[in-house]
Ligand binder design. Sequence first.
Ligand SMILES: NC(=O)c1ccc[n+]([C@@H]2O[C@H](COP(=O)([O-])OP(=O)(O)OC[C@H]3O[C@@H](n4cnc5c(N)ncnc54)[C@H](O)[C@@H]3O)[C@@H](O)[C@H]2O)c1
Length: 349
Amino acid sequence: MSAPFRVALSGDFRKADGSPVYPDFDLEPLRQAPNVEFAYLEPRNPVEADQLKDFDALILLAHRFTKDSIHPNGRLAIVARFGVGYDTVDVEACTRAGVALAITPDGVRRPVAVSIVTFILALSGKLMVKDRLTRKAAAGFARRGEHMGVGLVGRTLGSIGIGNIGAELFRLIKPFDMKLIAHDPYADAKLAAGLGVQLVGLEEVFRRSDFVSVNCPLTAETRGLVNAERLALMKPTAYLINTARGPIVGQKALTKALKEARIAGAGLDVLEKEPPDADDPILKLDNVIFGPHALCWTDQCFAGNGAADVRAVLDVQHGREPRVVVNREVLETATWRNRLHEFRKRFAT
Ligand SMILES: NC(=O)c1ccc[n+]([C@@H]2O[C@H](COP(=O)([O-])OP(=O)(O)OC[C@H]3O[C@@H](n4cnc5c(N)ncnc54)[C@H](O)[C@@H]3O)[C@@H](O)[C@H]2O)c1
């Protein structure tokens, strides 16, 4: 009987009293898996190398994983991030050490796309304004004609990025009979055509859309991509929705455009600085609906992320490649292939 495959959960998955922070993350499949042991780490941020010396895998919530988190004994094979962001992980250090970094696009795809639809419906239906009016009773009802909503049929939804979430947004919005356009320099043209999405230039998304939704990653190329010049191309009746990453949008320029009503409004789940300063002027604007980088947080999102991470670590235990790996070059190395081979010999049934 060979030693079990050992999985660590970062310490931030557990509260001080030992109960799970996110009970929707179902650990039963890990508990039931043959020849697997798992344990929570002490909550140290960043994760420290000595904590991991007896583990083959790490499921990582929000704690940082740096070059100093990697134990020189080379036992750790995979870090499975709970979510798709990995700015908390030193990817290069992982690659150098032959550690695969897995993420969970399957867990977030639907929940984030639903968040974007939520913003589209709330903004177009003037939901927040009408909620406030109703609370003012007769005085509010008297003013309801001043807040006409916007019908969606024939209106244009434009996405910057048509990847995991952008494509799901287009799938979900189909029954609303909108025109669909997207800009993505790396787009899969067949996927776009299949979804009825016209691929256009970046400026055209700003010019034509009634709703511009940001669905690209934050990279050197996309930082500040939504700037004053591009906001100026938008129709005064159009809305900007950002559920991707705050710094893709120049927040000062956006605040100005919203303040001067040069665009109709915005739905923002992400901000340049999170949490924002309490006196950030954008928080004073009533043509914006905010989410605290958590609009997609649902029971199903957390269950989905957890299930995807458990699948990734059990894949490695059985000598299979995990489905979504950020540093795919690791998978090509002889060391990694040998390692998988060894796991297969030990654990594959
Ligand atoms: N708000 C949240 O809680 C939350 C949760 C998950 C993901 N996100 C964010 O949502 C965004 C989209 O995630 P995803 O899973 O769809 O990622 P993805 O990698 O599957 O898709 C991103 C798409 O953007 C495209 N792209 C890259 N550079 C571009 C550019 N310069 N212009 C236009 N398109 C460009 C890529 O080609 C790709 O098709 C990311 O920023 C991610 O961090 C937010």
